[in-house]
Design a protein around this ligand. Sequence first.
Ligand SMILES: C[S@@+](CC[C@H](N)C(=O)[O-])C[C@H]1O[C@@H](n2cnc3c(N)ncnc32)[C@H](O)[C@@H]1O
Ligand SMILES: [Zn+2]
Length: 280
Amino acid sequence: MDISQLNILACPKCKIPTQLIDGEYLFCTCCKEKFVVTNNIPVFITLSNSATPKKSEMDDLIQYHLDELKIAQDSNDPRNIMPIFKKNHMTILDIGCGVGQTLYASEIYNDPQKQLLGLDIYLDLLIYGENQYPNIKFINASSENLPLQSEKVDLIISRVSLPYTNIPQTIKEISRVLKADGEIWITLHSFNVELKHLLNSCKHFVWKDMIFRTYVLLNGLYFHFFGKLFRFPFKKKIESFQSPKAMTRLLEKNGFTDITIKQGKHFLITAKKINGITPA
Ligand SMILES: C[S@@+](CC[C@H](N)C(=O)[O-])C[C@H]1O[C@@H](n2cnc3c(N)ncnc32)[C@H](O)[C@@H]1O
Ligand SMILES: [Zn+2]
């Protein structure tokens, strides 16, 4: 898809529509910021050097996402979980899409009626996806500052990506860009999953990981009791587990209804945005 066809983009800061200049970059008339378009992908985020994976790490990441694609394509794999797409879901956004594996593996991938958007913070993953899966329009941005105009999306899916974001800010943005009656389908990390990670690093005495996993658990508890998250002090990373109580409270605050929570093999939440409520 040509970038000029993507007319729902907005400045991630000002939230007003961006203008495509000379087919080369996007421009915000409010803050005057220019956003480059590279490999047909609009870039709305600049990661610091320390937050950018090295070449070998990126190769491993791409391989990880290709393995996840195999899981998404194999309905007999116990790790497989796929969103339910409805007829009225026309514009669909995958937050933390990796290379675009979930949308590519879905039954709607070849439906020309649907607008499929994949968003991730790592540009190299998106470039890989752009080369392989042309029916998805990739956007390089962060979930905490979505570069989309308000009330444009019918369905937002996110498979185990929100645990790595500032969830209150992400949910606020999700609610903003969803149309009235728009829906979410998100999978998360439970307390038990994170506890297992911590116990595993204790067993192998990987002390750096023990510290980080302890932070993740404490952050999840902070989220559960106070509805807030804090970043890992040294690396500025953010991660947490999510409790049903914290998520329900947050979704209700951001105008969601019909909240369903399933906790089994997967921790899945679905919900619908109430008509007419869009957080400021
Ligand atoms: C565990 S992977 C899940 C990938 C894919 N959804 C799947 O189910 O296979 C988490 C993804 O979230 C992305 N991610 C992390 N923080 C993000 C943020 N703030 N905004 C958007 N994506 C983010 C990562 O780059 C990574 O691709
Ligand atoms: Zn702006």
